[in-house]
Design a protein around this ligand. Structure first.
Ligand SMILES: Nc1ncnc2c1ncn2[C@@H]1O[C@H](COP(=O)(O)OP(=O)(O)OP(=O)(O)O)[C@@H](O)[C@H]1O
Ligand SMILES: [Mg+2]
Length: 252
């Protein structure tokens, strides 16, 4: 089976004005297979978000390739890129910011559906179905982003990400702004969706304890590189790198 996502020798250099250029991502390669839950952990500034942004083409790559189901999307633009976006969706840390404050949550989700060819009436029915699938009531569709809790808004953001029936969700600190019990609820929702829809996840997080039960595989990033990789039990139970050990010690 072709992996859902392959990242090959990805590299990002940010040009600095006066100081040296910053090598934020340095030769990162990994794959995510269908239905697999892969975590990227690492301290602040280790390059996790930059990897996610390059995969989503929000940031240009300096070198390397991103393949979605075997197709190189690194140079795609316009309609061809939009078609590929159906396979992959992003969910960010701040769900409120990911919705337009002037539109209801339902509008935001229905718009995503209509952008992909749904008729308005069907788009609204599907919006309500997606909200319920994500543990909300259909009534939430009429509310504005500031009229729901952070956890509810993140569920709505996940519902919108699911609108295009992606195979891969990239979640960048998607639970970090939520309190611990709500974090657990969202992880339970993600696990349920993974079982029902065979979704794959790239779950970016700096909390190693959080990913322990949830993920199949963990990649540890340090200073732009993947320094360690394995099952959560192997990485947490028997870390090979002093850096990983420090990461574990700092949160457990
Ligand atoms: N647009 C940019 N311009 C210049 N430098 C950047 C830019 N975006 C990120 N960086 C730098 O690249 C490095 C990696 O940043 P990145 O946001 O990927 O880290 P991260 O692992 O996601 O951290 P955190 O856990 O705090 O979210 C950091 O040194 C950061 O300052
Ligand atoms: Mg980040």
């Amino acid at each position: 089976m072709v992996p859902v996502l392959e990242v090959e020798h990805l590299k990002k250099v940010f040009a600095a004005d006066n100081a040296r250029d910053l090598l934020a991502v340095d030769d990162v390669s990994f794959a995510v297979h269908g239905g697999e839950k892969v975590a990227i952990i690492g301290e602040s500034g280790s390059g996790k978000t930059t990897v996610a942004r390059m995969i989503a083409r929000l940031t240009d790559v300096t070198a390397g390739r991103v393949l979605l189901q075997g197709e190189d999307i690194t140079q795609l633009t316009g309609r061809k890129l939009r078609e590929q976006y159906r396979k992959m969706q992003l969910v960010f840390q701040s769900p409120v910011d990911s919705f337009d404050p002037r539109c209801t949550l339902g509008d935001g989700i229905a718009e995503a559906l209509q952008n992909f060819g749904w008729q308005r009436r069907e788009a609204w029915q599907e919006t309500e179905r997606l909200l319920v699938l994500c543990g909300l009531t259909a009534e939430i569709a009429a509310r504005y982003p500031h009229e729901v809790s952070g956890g509810q808004c993140q569920r709505a953001a996940i519902a919108r990400a699911l609108a295009v029936q992606p195979q891969l969700l990239i979640l960048d600190e998607a639970t970090s702004a939520l309190d611990v019990t709500v974090q657990a609820d969202i992880l339970a929702l993600l696990a349920q969706l993974q079982r029902e829809l065979s979704l794959a996840y790239l779950f970016i997080c700096h909390d190693i304890a959080l990913v322990q039960d949830f993920c199949d595989r963990v990649l540890v990033m340090h200073a732009g590189r993947i320094v360690e990789e394995g099952t959560p039990d192997a990485v947490i139970g028997n870390p090979q790198q002093a850096y990983t050990q420090r990461l574990i010690d700092s949160v457990l």
